[in-house]
Design a protein around this ligand. Structure first.
Ligand code: NAD
Length: 407
C-alpha cells in the first residue's frame, strides 16, 4: 500500500513542475507545522483497559485556523493524517475560505466498540488535544466513521476542560447542538455543484450514467443528489462489495435495504460486483467516495469511465493520474470536488461565532455561488497553464497560501 503522504508530496512536485514556487516556500509547505500523537486510555465495558493512539496534524495556518476532520479507522496512521492535513490546507485555499489545514484520527475499528466505549474514546481525544484546539486555533470536524454525535461529545469535553463556553471549536455537530443546516449533505451537494459547472466543459451530458464507490455520508448523499437531478446511478458499493443495476438504482430504497439486511447484496434487480470490478465498469461518471489509493498504476488503464469526480480524499495515486491524463479522462480533484464539506463547516463556525442560525436555503445558495466561482477559476487556470485540473487546483491553492505567507 503506498504511503499517502509520499503521494501527496509527489502531487506537489508534479504541480510545481508546471508552475514553480520559491524554494523557501516549497520547504515550508512540504512540512507540517505540528504533529501531535497522544495515548488515549479507555476502560472497556469488560473491565480491561485499552490504550488507543490518536493524532492531530496541523499543516499550515497562514490563511486561518487549522481546519479538518477526525478519522476513526483501523488503518489510520500518522502518514495518512499528514497527507489529509496537507490536502486540507490546499482545499481551504481552493475553496477560498479563511481556514488553514489540519487533520486528526484514531487508529481504531469503531464498529467493534460499544456506544459507551466510543464516547469515552472520543472525549479522550478531545481531552488530549484540548491545548491546541479552539475557534481561533484549530477547528476539527467529522471524517470517515465520525458522526455529528461524536462532534457534540468532543465539543462538550473541550468546553469542560478549557472553560471556554463556545460551540465554535468543532463543526459537523447535530442541529440542536449548534450544527448548521445543510452540513450533512454538503460534501455530496458541493460535489454536484462542482460537477454541474464543469461537466459542460468536458461534454458530459445531463442524465449520464454514474458509478459510486462508497455508501457513507459522502457517497450516499451524492447518490441521492445525482438521482434527484436526473442522473442514472447504475452501481454503488460499500466496504463489503458493490451492486450494479443497469436501469438505475433507487438510492433511498437501497439505504432501507442496507439498514434491514446489513449489506447491499441482494437488492432487487441488481447483480453483485467486487469493489475492484465496480471501478472498472463502463460509465460516464465515476465517483470514488470511500478511501484513498483506489485507482493506482495497477488498475488505471482498465478504467472505462469518461469523467471522474473525486469525492474521497486521495483515491487516485500520482502514477494513476499520469495514466488517466494520457487516456484523456478528466479528473476533478478531491481538493475541489469535496470542498463543500469544509465550506459548510466553515459556515457553521461562522454562525457559532456570531450566534446566528442560517436557513438551509441560504447555506446551499452560498455554497453554490462559492463553488461555481472557484471551480471555474480552477478550470481557467488549467487552460491558461495547459495542465489537468489537479495540477491547476494545486497551483491556485499554492498561490493563495504563498501570498498569505508573504511570498
Ligand atoms: P463514511 O464513514 O460515512 O463512509 C465511508 C464509506 O466507504 C462506507 O460506506 C464504507 O463502507 C465505504 N468503504 C470503506 N472501505 C471501502 C472500500 N475498500 N471499498 C468501497 N467502499 C468502502 O465516510 P465519509 O464521510 O462518507 O467519507 C468518505 C470519503 O470522503 C473519505 O475519503 C473522506 O475523507 C472524504 N470526505 C468526507 C467529507 C465529509 O464531509 N464527510 C468531506 C470531504 C471528504
Amino acid at each position: 500500500m503506498s504511503n499517502p503522504f509520499e503521494n501527496a508530496m509527489m502531487q506537489l512536485k508534479r504541480a510545481t513542475a508546471v508552475q514553480p514556487f520559491p524554494e523557501a516556500f516549497m520547504k515550508q509547505i512540504s512540512t507540517p507545522n505540528r504533529e501531535v500523537r497522544i495515548s488515549i486510555p479507555v476502560m472497556m465495558d469488560n473491565g480491561t483497559l485499552e490504550v488507543f493512539e490518536g493524532y492531530r496534524v496541523e499543516h499550515n495556518n497562514a490563511r486561518g485556523p487549522y481546519k479538518g476532520g477526525i478519522r476513526y479507522h483501523h488503518n489510520t496512521d500518522i502518514n495518512e493524517v499528514k497527507a489529509l492535513a496537507f490536502w486540507m490546507a490546499l482545499k481551504c485555499a481552493v475553496a477560498n475560505i479563511p481556514m488553514g489545514g489540519g487533520k486528526g484520527g484514531i487508529t481504531v475499528d469503531p464498529k467493534i466498540l460499544s456506544k459507551n466505549e466510543l464516547e469515552k474514546l472520543s472525549r479522550g481525544w478531545a481531552r488530549g488535544m484540548a491545548d491546541i484546539l479552539g475557534p481561533k486555533k484549530d477547528v476539527p470536524a467529522p471524517d470517515v466513521n465520525t458522526t455529528p454525535e461524536i462532534m457534540a461529545w468532543m465539543n462538550d469535553e473541550f468546553m469542560t476542560i478549557s472553560g471556554e463556553k463556545t460551540l465554535a471549536t468543532f463543526t459537523g455537530k447535530p442541529l440542536d447542538k449548534g450544527g448548521s443546516e445543510g452540513r450533512g449533505a454538503a460534501t455530496g451537494l458541493g460535489g454536484f455543484y462542482v460537477f454541474d459547472v464543469l461537466r459542460e466543459k468536458f461534454n458530459v451530458a445531463p442524465g449520464a450514467s454514474v458509478v459510486i464507490q462508497g455508501f457513507g455520508n459522502v457517497g450516499g448523499n451524492a447518490g441521492e443528489i445525482f438521482v434527484a437531478n436526473g442522473y442514472k446511478v447504475i452501481a454503488m458499493s460499500d466496504s463489503k462489495g458493490g451492486i450494479v443495476k443497469d436501469d438505475g438504482l433507487d438510492i433511498k430504497a437501497l439505504e432501507e435495504w442496507k439498514k434491514t439486511n446489513g449489506t447491499l447484496a441482494g437488492f432487487p434487480g441488481s447483480r453483485i460486483v467486487t469493489n475492484a470490478e465496480l471501478l472498472e465498469l463502463p460509465c460516464d461518471v465515476l465517483i470514488p467516495a470511500a478511501l484513498e489509493n483506489q485507482i493506482t498504476a495497477d488498475n488505471a488503464d482498465k478504467i472505462k469511465a469518461k469523467f471522474i469526480l473525486e469525492l474521497a480524499n486521495g483515491p487516485i495515486t500520482p502514477e494513476a493520474d499520469e495514466i488517466l491524463y494520457k487516456k484523456n479522462i478528466p479528473v476533478v480533484p478531491d481538493i475541489l470536488a469535496n470542498s463543500g464539506g469544509v465550506t459548510v463547516s466553515t459556515f457553521e463556525w461562522e454562525q457559532n461565532l456570531k450566534g446566528e442560525h442560517w436557513s438551509e436555503m441560504d447555506v446551499n445558495a452560498k455554497l453554490k455561488e462559492l463553488l461555481n466561482r472557484e471551480a471555474l477559476a480552477i478550470y481557467e487556470k488549467s487552460v491558461a497553464v495547459k495542465t489537468d485540473l489537479r495540477r491547476a487546483a494545486f497551483i491556485v491553492a499554492l498561490e493563495r497560501i504563498a501570498s498569505a505567507m508573504g511570498y
